[in-house]
Write a protein that binds this ligand. Structure first.
Ligand SMILES: NC(=O)c1ccc[n+]([C@@H]2O[C@H](COP(=O)([O-])OP(=O)(O)OC[C@H]3O[C@@H](n4cnc5c(N)ncnc54)[C@H](OP(=O)(O)O)[C@@H]3O)[C@@H](O)[C@H]2O)c1
Length: 248
């Protein structure tokens, strides 16, 4: 049973974010779910949901003005979200592909990865954490990735994606230290969802061991379980889909 009453899912158009949104709406205790998407064309699964508790907002996480508009939409209803999750992220996009070697690293691609995967979620935190309850339990979660672990990096490659997720983890850790004072019951978690069958992983699925490619709905259920189990004392952790800590 998930305890949130007012939730915000960013990057809810498809993949894991859409699956989380659907599962939240299955919970009777949930009163409202704000869900952001970027392009209506890829968000048909979200925009077709018929539930009066769902409020969709169009926003690109790499646009600070859009991120502010998410907060403004929540504020306009006088809501205080107790669960926020950023599921937006990129590994490949248009002509951006994960680098196999140093000479494939391009300044524009690296900046784009950091803008979407690291800076966007931090700007989201900046916009919405002031709306989260100060003295009640709450959770701010981001979808990170195992490959963002510096300690676990034995294979190399994927410079930009790895580094952008490592930066995201450091941002969340730093944020958790600050929020211990301002929001003592808020838990901040960076979660690796496990390799999930979405457009993001699709070009790389041939390398996945049998039984290790999970459906978006299974990953969403695991992520919500991790969030339900986590206590404020664990804020600032980087964890796997089963709740176990991942080395930095
Ligand atoms: N799938 C995996 O195996 C896996 C493994 C480890 C970590 N993750 C992480 O899990 C998260 C979700 O990935 P997924 O597998 O669900 O991928 P996905 O199906 O490709 O979905 C990515 C989501 O991010 C959104 N997005 C991308 N760039 C955005 C931007 N600039 N502004 C707003 N939204 C943006 C997409 O929106 P549009 O529809 O508008 O493009 C989409 O909703 C990502 O952070 C990813 O790094 C996934």
């Amino acid at each position: 049973m998930f305890n949130s009453r007012i939730a915000l899912v960013v990057g809810a158009s498809r993949g894991i974010g859409l699956a989380i949104t659907r599962q939240l709406l299955r919970e009777q205790a949930v009163q409202r779910v704000y869900a952001s998407y970027r392009h209506p064309g890829t968000a048909t699964g979200l925009l077709e949901i018929n539930d009066e508790r769902l409020q969709t907002i169009s926003a690109d996480v790499s646009d600070a003005g859009d991120v502010q508009r998410i907060a403004a939409a929540i504020q306009a209803n006088g809501d205080h979200p107790d669960f926020v999750i950023n599921a937006a992220g990129i590994l490949h996009e248009h002509d951006l592909q994960p680098e196999k070697s140093l000479n494939q690293c391009r300044q524009d691609s690296l900046m784009r990865l950091f803008m979407v995967n690291s800076i966007g979620p931090l700007m989201l935190a900046r916009a919405v954490i002031p709306l989260m309850p100060r003295n009640q339990p709450g959770h701010f979660a981001v979808l990170s990735a195992m490959v963002g672990s510096i300690g676990d990096n034995r294979l190399g490659g994927w410079y930009g994606y790895r580094a952008s997720k490592a930066a995201l983890n450091q941002f969340m850790r730093t944020l958790a230290v600050e929020c211990r004072r301002s929001h003592p019951q808020l838990c901040i978690t960076a979660i690796h969802p496990g390799t999930t069958d979405t457009a993001l992983s699709e070009p790389f699925q041939s390398n996945v061991k049998p039984g290790k490619l999970y459906t978006p709905s299974l990953s969403a259920a695991r992520i919500l379980q991790v969030v339900s189990d986590a206590q404020a004392e664990q804020s600032g952790h980087f964890v796997n889909w089963d709740g176990k800590p991942i080395p930095w």
